[in-house]
Design a protein around this ligand. Structure first.
Ligand code: SAM
Length: 256
């Protein structure tokens, strides 16, 4: 009799147990360092370097930051904690979901958003700051698009360079960073200044390679060789031992 009752009890409780097993939440997605990505594997930027990258870009609440290949969302979330509106572009949908959960947990989901997209098909022309940890050849592929961004846009890369476009600033982090991925590079998109300009100081011929300027200034009956730099819209050069400064106002060079 007891055995029958026990069998009945077991038969009745089995569907409940099954239903409970069905309802158990799926284990949280755990990414693993080095996992495949579309064009680059996932390796997270050490948090101290994320902080350094944002410091170097001098982010403010007026900025709109985009992280190309945003991984677990750490750069976007850190920027959002500084009050910056930030968007992560990430191809792996699981990483996008993980980033959204991380942003929720950190209480910055309003400022830190994520999109599942291919960075090569993404319009980043609205960004005022771009962060990335990709690869040198990907940086090179993106370079023409980056050079067409609004002058003054800041680009910060973990470790990888932009070919012959030398960084405006390079900093290493030692404390709190492991043995690798501890270098941040900053570029400031230069205005396009090449050409011949009539200025109050004479005729100026500028040749530009990225942010570097060379050329001549015809002044006081002499043609002087010049060397200079463009930092966003700001132009500066030295000719005949004198320093000149100016700025690109749209397509016009205003030399002071
Ligand atoms: C080296 S991780 C950097 C992650 C994050 N930016 C960071 O610094 O911690 C590169 C990331 O780019 C993503 N990725 C690779 N190819 C991509 C593509 N074509 N479009 C968008 N994301 C991509 C990978 O899934 C990976 O999460």
């Amino acid at each position: 009799m007891h055995r029958i009752a026990f069998a009945l009890l077991l038969a009745c409780s089995a569907p409940v147990a099954f239903a409970q097993a069905q309802k158990a939440p799926a284990p949280a997605y755990e990414p693993s360092v080095g996992q495949e990505g579309k064009d680059v594997v996932w390796v997270p930027t050490p948090q101290v370097l994320v902080d350094k990258m944002l410091d170097m870009a001098k982010v403010t609440t007026k900025d709109f930051l985009m992280d190309l290949g945003s991984g677990d969302g750490r750069t976007v979330i850190t920027a959002a904690k500084r009050g910056v509106r930030a968007l992560g572009v990430e191809y792996n949908p699981d990483m996008v979901e993980l980033s959204r959960r991380n942003a929720e947990k950190e209480g910055v989901a309003k400022l830190a958003t994520f999109v599942k997209a291919d960075l090569f098909e993404t319009d980043f022309s609205k960004a005022t700051v771009i962060t990335m940890f990709l690869l040198p050849d990907i940086n090179l592929q993106l370079r023409p698009k980056i050079l067409d961004l609004k002058p003054g846009t800041r680009i910060v890369s973990n470790t990888f360079t932009m070919g012959e476009w030398i960084a405006d600033d390079t900093q290493n982090v030692e404390k709190g960073c492991g043995s690798s991925w501890c270098t941040a590079l900053l570029w400031i998109v230069p205005a396009k200044t090449a050409g011949t300009w009539q200025t109050p100081h004479g005729e100026l011929v500028l040749k530009q390679q990225f942010q570097m300027l060379a050329g001549t200034l015809r002044t006081g009956g002499k043609t002087l060789a010049l060397k200079g730099k463009v930092r966003g819209d700001e132009v500066s050069f030295t000719a005949g031992g004198r320093e000149y400064r100016g700025r690109m106002n749209g397509s016009q060079l205003e030399l002071r």
